[in-house]
Design a protein around this ligand. Structure first.
Ligand SMILES: Nc1nc2c(ncn2[C@@H]2O[C@H](COP(=O)(O)OP(=O)(O)OP(=O)(O)O)[C@@H](O)[C@H]2O)c(=O)[nH]1
Ligand SMILES: [Mg+2]
Length: 209
């Protein structure tokens, strides 16, 4: 089983990314997927995933979705004290057989990272709507994550975000680790995202390529 941690600022597109990848993995690769969402004060994301992927699209069974209300700093729940998430993971894998589990962190700051107990692979999701200052400003999550996804490139022209600058800055801070530019709304760039993840799934022995 591969545990994929998804983190990044509030509203950057973490849940949208997980929904997209889950649908793709299930439909195109025939892989079984579980999802754990972390929200600080509500079960909002878990309810949304449940309504979209379980009820409407019938892509995953309801046992495959767990929503956690962490009640405190989202950062703490995935790194300093991941016990709540580890318990959720144990519960999920006891009641259903999954090959990939996505764990979404509550929207957090650029220094957030996952404990290696909780995630085998981490995806940091930024978006262009806050302009192009990140990834140049750095931050552990941005520099250390296995994959940096810069989402909402469809919005870049409206906020004057220079994608070339973001690409150069990402290359500098990430020292060779991959960055992809996507719009989860229009589908632009998702092929490179899928190609990278397909290789990772093959390395884990989940997929043959
Ligand atoms: N224009 C545009 N909107 C997007 C894109 N991806 C996601 N959104 C929208 O951005 C909003 C936030 O997306 P979410 O997936 O909920 O973001 P999140 O990171 O999970 O948010 P939190 O869990 O609250 O931190 C939603 O209204 C999405 O429909 C994109 O590529 N382009
Ligand atoms: Mg979310």
């Amino acid at each position: 089983m591969m545990k994929i941690g998804v983190l990044g600022p509030v509203g950057s597109g973490k849940t949208t990314l997980i929904e997209f990848l889950t649908e793709y993995f299930v439909r195109k690769f025939g892989i079984s997927v579980g999802i754990i969402t972390n929200d600080v004060v509500s079960n909002y994301d878990a309810m949304r995933v449940y309504e979209n992927l379980v009820i409407r699209k019938k892509i995953i069974p309801k046992e495959n979705v767990v929503g956690l209300v962490t009640g405190g700093c989202p950062h703490t729940a995935i790194r300093e004290d991941p016990s709540m998430n580890l318990r959720a993971l144990e519960k999920l894998t006891r009641r259903t057989k999954v090959e990939v589990v996505f764990i979404e962190s509550g929207g957090d700051n650029v220094m957030s990272t996952f404990s290696s107990l909780l995630a085998d692979y981490t995806i940091y999701v930024l978006d262009t709507s806050a302009g192009d200052k990140y990834p140049g400003k750095g931050g552990l999550g941005i520099s250390e994550s296995d994959l940096l996804v810069i989402n909402k490139i469809d919005l870049a022209p409206y906020v004057g975000a220079d994608l070339e600058k973001m690409r150069n800055d990402a290359e500098k801070v990430r020292k060779g680790k991959p960055t992809v530019f996507v719009s989860l709304k229009t589908g632009e760039g998702v092929d490179s995202l899928i190609n990278i993840l397909r290789e990772e799934l093959a390395i884990e022995g989940i997929l043959r390529i």
